[in-house]
Design a protein around this ligand. Structure first.
Ligand SMILES: N[C@@H](CCOP(=O)(O)O)C(=O)O
Length: 431
């Protein structure tokens, strides 16, 4: 499979180049130019197919010209020593738990595959890489875990000061070694802008920069694998599954749309956002107006200019009516988010994080129209202890990954929200 830039369809690269460039030099995002028909491979998967088997088969189908079959099995095994879990909530709603990996969030699937495949290709290349990542909370912690102590790779994480949960911050700032945390006096959108500016800055061309955000295809492609895994578990349902995806930067949703374009049998996708609802607004008005993000209880989705919107527009030829055939937008308020967390505890004895609550509320509002909805559960509720306590009135249980960092001291460097200051910092660290 080959990949082109969303800003120039004639700029075509291999997977390996897309992986190490992160962003295309013209500022666009790489997208798959081919649309393989994988229906027949999908039909072979069932309840007994493990996540690793599905991942390895998709690596061959999608990236087989660069990763041979024998290596795909090794890569899948190395990248995914954890798996999604599917839980039935009621007759109409299932929950796809994606937080059983090392940082307790769905980003582990993408981050772990990215780190594993970069290490795999770096073995053949005589070079070092610096991974620059913007995070509103979950990406940074997953990337820190996935790349920790990897040879020839340094990671720089930019996060908005005071706008990630205390435990997310601990996950990013306590590892040390090759993981550098920059606390930015600004919003996630500032962090994302600063990262993108660095990719096109000629003075930084001496540093081999790449990204671990969903702008990097190596992060995005593996996120499609769990949709395929979920459908393999939901095969006997009378209706095809509708996926409800809590969305911020829209990488998770875009990965699902790609899987559908490759022949995965799904219904529509519900794009569930918090008050940062630029995509639902676009679907309603056909006018795209990115804007400064506002702070909400579902902080990892506080994104005012979602990166992957560019890929979504390319997929649907900039045609909003085509996009609306596949995507339903839904905005969930902070009040409803907290109320849903409480409701889930009282009604089902099931703890959910604020982002998953946004998805569940959006799904519950659609059950009069859809009867087989799978909500992607994005993170362990323990990562958002303070919001959980506020909503439910008790503390969530913490998984081992969070207990391990809870009492460690954070080490971060505070910088302003200027691309110039980031440049200075990168040059001082890596030249
Ligand atoms: N929600 C994200 C924001 C970055 O999104 P990404 O999927 O492009 O990495 C986060 O938790 O950092």
């Amino acid at each position: 499979m080959k990949f082109a830039s969303t800003r120039d369809k004639n700029h075509i690269v291999s997977f390996q180049d897309a992986l190490f460039q992160g962003l295309s030099p013209d500022g666009g995002l790489y997208y798959p130019i081919e649309t393989p028909d994988l229906k027949s491979s999908f039909s072979l998967f069932d309840q007994n197919s493990s996540f690793q088997d599905i991942a390895s088969s998709l690596i061959v189908s999608l990236l087989g010209d660069e990763i041979p079959e024998s290596d795909s099995q090794i890569l899948a095994k190395r990248a995914f020593p954890f798996s999604p879990e599917l839980k039935k909530l009621n007759d109409k709603i299932n929950i796809l738990e994606l937080y059983h990996g090392p940082s307790s969030a769905f980003k582990d699937f993408g981050a772990s595959f990215l780190a594993t495949s970069m290490e795999y290709f770096l073995n053949d290349r005589d070079q070092k890489a610096v991974i620059l990542t913007a995070t509103s909370g979950d990406t940074g912690s997953a990337v820190a875990k996935a790349f920790y102590d990897k040879k020839n790779i340094d990671v720089v994480i930019l996060y908005p000061s005071g706008r990630v949960s205390p435990l997310q911050e601990k996950q990013m700032t306590t590892l040390g070694k090759n993981i550098h945390a920059l606390e930015v006096d600004g919003s996630f959108d500032d962090c994302q802008r600063m990262v993108k500016d660095s990719f096109t800055d000629k003075e930084l061309s001496g540093i081999n920069l790449s990204s671990a955000n969903s702008i990097n295809l190596g992060r995005l492609i593996p996120q499609s694998f769990y949709y395929v895994w979920a459908v393999s578990r939901l095969k006997n349902a009378s209706e095809v599954p509708v996926f409800c995806v809590p969305s911020g930067n829209f990488g998770n949703l875009t990965a699902g749309l790609y899987a559908k374009s490759w022949g995965l049998e799904t219904g529509k996708f519900i794009a569930a956002t918090n008050r940062n609802d630029v995509v639902p607004s676009y679907l309603a008005s056909a006018i795209y107006t990115p804007r400064a993000s506002v702070q909400t209880y579902s902080n990892a989705m506080d994104v005012g200019a979602p990166s992957n919107f560019e890929r979504m527009q390319t997929l649907y030829n900039n045609d909003v009516s085509l996009m609306k055939k596949d995507i339903i937008g839904c905005m969930v308020s902070d009040e409803d988010t907290l109320a849903t967390m409480k409701y889930m505890d009282e009604e089902y004895g099931y703890a959910v994080c604020p982002h998953t609550a946004v998805g569940i509320k959006a799904a519950m509002d659609r059950t009069s129209k859809e009867s087989n909805i799978t909500v992607l559960s994005t993170a362990h509720p323990g990562k958002f202890m303070e919001v959980y306590e506020k909503a439910v009135g008790k503390k969530p249980q913490l998984p081992a990954s969070l207990l391990a960092v809870k009492d460690l001291d954070k080490v971060s460097r505070l910088i302003s929200n200027s691309s110039k200051e980031l440049k200075k910092t990168l040059l001082s660290l890596f030249s």
